[in-house]
Ligand binder design. Structure first.
Ligand code: ADP
Ligand code: ZN
Length: 741
């Protein structure tokens, strides 16, 4: 439209429509969105991905909404820079944008930092690149070698694979692959640019559900049919068939043509789950986790954004995928601490999943045999609904749990298995059944000290002892990864052969077991003994198929698995988690021990669990032995209520850290002085954190405690905003903290 305008050197919009300006949120930790001009004739909508200039760079961001129309408000049009171009990719859904805002608000993070989590695969926004692959075509090579034969074997079934994948699977160099291409044995083929996602078949039928399962499944189906937001706690004992129930809810959602997200605490351990899903629906879901290769990440992200991925199972970051029509979220093992992200944007994936469900107006199911107190109280308050499965499937009984009082039963010397446990192990193994020994300590020994001078080997970067890993001959810090070859002499007093290992780790327990049961096939499982999800899957399969009789493991083996031949669980140190001043120590220990005990007796044979403890009268041990979960949780609830602790009160932690101790102390003091002074707010600290040195950074903590219903996030943000501190100091805000280290 030609509009009359005055001719001046400066742009002047008098009398004509001013150019449109929009807010663009950039995936950077900035305080807010920036305004940009929309170039004439560009069709730009909220949610579009756009490339914009920032300083000398070009950055891809998301159009967040209309900018101010008033040319005098904020930055004048003439100083605004235009959007460079729109990215030809599906835009970000409104619900995702609102989720970013809410999450940023709740966690006191900048919206840009949250946006970055939703844009974790920038390459996925680019048009798909053709993917080259090779397949067997021509005659066999004139000269056959072992390496060449392996390549032919890999491609024998008529499949085609990209060159690097062939080289990896056949364990050959890329030169071998190229050689076969030159000879004409392999031929180039074009793979589809997008991932082919097999469609789960919701019409397939699953197991015949028990009456209890049917009731629960029907309740979930009704919620899905009704639509709208609801949170349901699926509370059922270990082996009750909860998974089978929520698979029904997934089927109902797929029947509506909508997407499903299943959040699990640790994706590396889901091999059995994936197998079950595939059996149930005839196609695997898409997995999402940090170990995915870059190509797979890009393809998965695109498949979700295009709505072709129907079911995603993933760790907490799967919450930030670009679903087009998410219809159901399931959080399995909802009580698990692994859902809390402790770095960067600090958030609890279970709680944020509930937020996502409410923004998207969809149902969410939280499943657990040991629901968190938070979720149980939400049920009592009527915020969440609940469904119960009180019995194990197929009439299997819950394991019998007994305490072994180590005050009278402890073995002599540096040994960790009580005679009672050894007898039970002998009986179980003789019956051809499996034994799991649980000790939540990686490595050989948690502490090495010098017999001569008492020196303890400590990490130079952290307030932590170095853990001996005898298998690798090294001492290692479990916080920062610092390692040291195990010294011959004490680094402090130089005494030779004076260093001794104190306390047990799984490796040391393995040694003891080897001596007692030299002929029994045994497997040691800890996060550092398994290389990646495939190794984990193979190990779990070996156990499930009975290839080993004795399993020694840390918490990674305690969760969710179904081992039909396992009938005895021995907990080496049931008291381990009760140390320290964490408000959830008892609850978490109960959950962990209940889960690990729940691995036993899940099929035909009755299971048993022995808890080695120095405190058999402790409420946690008593609750486990008597099976009175609800009574224990009621006691926990009353204790928390009396102290105004979560979920009855709110906590926000501030963690001040930096390399300069004086700066950290000063900042913590300044924060202490600027703390909000209100009747309903209590401030604890500043005080040095229990981990007062972590990865070379000094740390101080403050804790804000307030009543439920107070906007603790806003209070904390305003509080920190009042204090100026050096750039080198970091102040992290942890809303609803789960770690107090
Ligand atoms: P949970 O998730 O409550 O621990 P699962 O869903 O893993 O329990 O079920 C335990 C075992 O029982 C699994 O091996 C599962 O395949 C099997 N199962 C569950 N429901 C049924 C059913 N209705 N009929 C037969 N087997 C079932
Ligand atoms: Zn360290």
């Amino acid at each position: 439209m030609a509009a009359p305008h005055t001719s001046k050197a400066e742009p002047n919009f008098d009398g004509m429509a001013p150019p449109r300006r929009v807010h663009v949120l950039l995936p950077l930790p900035l305080a807010s969105a920036y305004d940009y001009l929309v170039p004439q004739g560009e069709l730009i909508e909220a949610g579009d991905f756009v490339a914009v200039p920032l300083g000398r760079r070009t950055v891809v961001g998301v159009v967040w909404g209309e900018g101010s129309a008033d040319p005098d408000g904020g930055v004048g049009h003439n100083r605004l820079r235009p959007i460079a171009h729109r990215i030809p990719a599906p835009g970000m859904e409104e619900v995702t944008r609102r989720f970013v805002e809410w999450l940023a608000d709740y966690t006191c993070a900048s919206p840009g930092a949250v946006l970055r989590m939703t844009m974790s695969v920038p390459a996925a926004l680019e048009p798909p690149r053709p993917r080259l692959a090779y397949a067997l075509a021509g005659p066999p090579p004139s000269r056959m070698t072992g390496a060449r034969q392996r390549v032919l074997d890999v491609l024998a079934d008529g499949i085609s694979l990209p060159g690097p994948a062939i080289a990896e699977l056949a364990a050959v160099s890329s030169g071998v692959v190229r050689g076969l291409v030159r000879q004409g044995t392999l031929q180039e083929v074009q793979l589809p640019a997008e991932m082919l996602v097999p469609e789960p078949d919701w019409q397939k039928t699953g197991e015949t559900l028990s009456a209890e399962q049917q009731t629960a499944a029907a309740a979930l189906r009704a919620k899905i049919a009704a639509g709208g937001y609801s949170t349901t706690l699926l509370d059922g004992v270990t082996g009750a068939g909860k998974t089978e129930v929520y698979l029904e809810a997934i089927a109902a959602t797929l029947a509506q043509g909508r997407q499903v997200l299943v959040l699990v605490p640790e994706i590396g351990l889901t091999a059995q789950w994936l197998e079950r899903f595939e059996k149930r629906f005839g196609a695997a879901p898409l997995s999402w986790h940090s170990d995915l290769g870059t190509a797979r990440r890009r393809l998965t992200w695109r498949a979700v954004a295009q709505g072709r991925a129907r079911v995603v199972v993933g760790a907490r970051s799967a919450l930030f995928l670009p679903y087009t029509d998410l219809g159901l979220i399931v959080v399995d093992e909802e009580h698990d601490g692994a859902f809390k992200q402790e770095e960067g944007v600090i958030y609890h994936a279970r709680d944020m999943a509930v937020l996502r469900a409410s923004l998207g107006e969809i149902p969410i199911v939280l499943a657990s045999a040991t629901p968190s107190l938070e979720s149980q109280v939400n049920v009592e308050l009527g915020r969440y609904d609940s469904l119960h499965l009180p019995n194990r499937i197929g009439g299997a009984e819950l394991p019998q749990i007994e305490a072994v009082d180590m005050r009278g039963e402890a073995p002599s010397g540096p040994q960790w298995l009580s005679p009672v446990l050894v007898t039970a192990m002998t009986e179980t193994l003789a019956a051809g059944e499996q034994v799991l020994l649980f000790l939540n300590r990686r490595g050989y020994a948690p502490l090495t000290l010098c017999r001569t001078c008492g020196h303890r080997l400590q990490c130079p970067n952290c307030t932590a002892w170095l853990v001996e890993h005898r298998f690798h001959g090294r001492l290692q810090c479990h916080h920062c990864g610092f390692t040291l070859r195990r010294p011959e002499a004490c680094p402090e007093c130089a005494a030779e052969d004076s260093l001794v290992a104190c306390g047990p780790g799984v490796e040391r327990l393995g040694e003891e077991v080897d001596q007692l049961f030299p002929d029994v096939p045994c497997m040691l499982i800890a996060s550092d003994t398994l290389r990646g999800p495939e190794a984990a899957a193979a190990a779990i399969k070996q156990i499930a198929e009975g290839e080993v009789s004795l399993i020694i493991g840390t918490q990674i083996i305690a969760k969710g698995h179904h081992f039909p031949m396992l009938t005895l669980v021995g907990v080496i140190d049931a008291d381990l988690g009760l140390q320290g001043g964490d408000l959830r120590a008892a609850e978490r220990t109960y959950q962990m021990l209940h889960q690990v005990a729940g691995r036993s007796g899940r099929a035909k044979h009755k299971g048993r669990a022995l808890l080695q403890t120095y405190m058999p009268e402790h409420p946690v041990m008593q609750a486990l032995i008597s099976g009175e979960r609800d009574k224990f949780m009621a006691q926990e609830r009353e204790a928390r209520r009396a102290q105004g602790l979560p979920p009855f009160g709110r906590l926000v932690a501030l963690i001040v850290s930096g390399r300069d101790e004086a700066q950290v102390t000063q900042t913590a003091r300044d924060l202490g002085r600027a703390a909000p002074r209100q009747r309903d707010v209590e401030i604890l600290g500043p005080a040095p954190a229990p981990l007062s040195l972590l990865r070379g950074r000094f740390r101080q903590r403050l804790l804000l405690k307030t009543q439920r219903g107070v906007n603790a996030s806003a209070l904390a943000k305003a509080w920190v905003g009042q204090v100026d501190y050096p750039q080198q100091v970091r102040v992290a805000i942890d809303v609803d903290p789960y770690s107090f280290l």
